[in-house]
Design a protein around this ligand. Structure first.
Ligand SMILES: Nc1ncnc2c1ncn2[C@@H]1O[C@H](COP(=O)(O)OP(=O)(O)OP(=O)(O)O)[C@@H](O)[C@H]1O
Length: 238
């Protein structure tokens, strides 16, 4: 269980998150600027908040980002153009690319899981958008951390590929028992990913429900404000 009771102040924005997150995929929904990324950055250790952050009873707050049991995948995560697919994954384990036997096996495992076996010698310029994103996922997986933070990593992909990536994240999360937090602008992404949904409004967690609430005919009262906005600002399925 990931327990969060964290406060953070930007110059003109107060965030105060209280939630306990269980293993599985949890999608963070909310309007633009409501505080989704701030929560992920606090958990990841990229900004330092006040309060409590524990995973399996151990406090993470005093740990620097690189020592937290966390892998991240953000939209801006680029591949290294001068490295092959294999090297782009391996660099998640060792910046010198010198791997021991166990690490080599782990890279092979991640490459297989993300179905990149026949692409290992390619360079990023010769990959499709979906293949490149699979390499980024493989690099996150290879680190073997129990918490995975994803901040809209697939928003640049077309809907078909985005769906494929979400299924991959869902499958990996289940198979490896990960606690995965996915920031999204799209309720349908939460539905595809399964698990739970968090609604973030004005820097707070205002709903923590099963994604099933999103497919009910009647809009769940806690999501009424969000869907009012979402209908005006984002594309929802027909
Ligand atoms: N670097 C910053 N400096 C000052 N204020 C910031 C900074 N980053 C975020 N904020 C403030 O924090 C609020 C929450 O930002 P955050 O990026 O967490 O929202 P979000 O829900 O992820 O938005 P979006 O969906 O548009 O990415 C913003 O409204 C903004 O006022």
């Amino acid at each position: 269980m990931l327990n969060i009771d964290l406060q953070y102040d930007w110059a003109a924005f107060h965030a105060n998150y209280q939630v306990s997150i269980e293993p599985g995929v949890t999608t963070l929904l909310g309007g633009s600027g409501e505080g989704k990324s701030t929560l992920l950055h606090l958990i990841g250790g990229f900004i330092t908040g006040q309060g409590i952050l524990t995973y399996k009873g151990e406090s993470l707050l005093s740990l620097p980002a690189y020592e937290r049991p966390i892998s991240t995948l953000f939209q801006s995560d680029n591949l290294f153009p001068q490295l092959t697919v294999w090297q782009n994954v391996a660099i998640g384990l060792s910046s010198s690319l010198k791997l021991n036997h166990e690490q080599t096996a782990r890279v092979q495992w991640a490459i297989e899981k993300t179905q990149l076996v026949d692409k290992v010698m390619r360079f990023p310029h010769a990959l499709s958008g979906g293949q490149a994103q699979r390499v980024a996922i493989a690099r996150a997986l290879v680190r073997n951390k129990p918490i995975l933070l994803l901040d809209e990593p697939f928003s640049a992909l077309d809907p078909g590929l985005r769906e494929e990536m979400l299924y991959l994240v869902k499958d990996m999360t289940g198979e490896l028992g990960l606690t995965t937090l996915l920031v999204s602008h799209l309720p349908q992404e939460a539905m595809l990913s399964g698990g739970k949904v968090l609604l973030i409004e004005k820097g707070q967690v205002t709903a923590h429900e099963s994604v099933a609430v999103l497919s009910q005919t009647e809009v769940h009262p806690l999501f009424a404000g969000y869907f009012g906005r979402a209908h005006r600002t984002t594309m929802l399925p027909e």
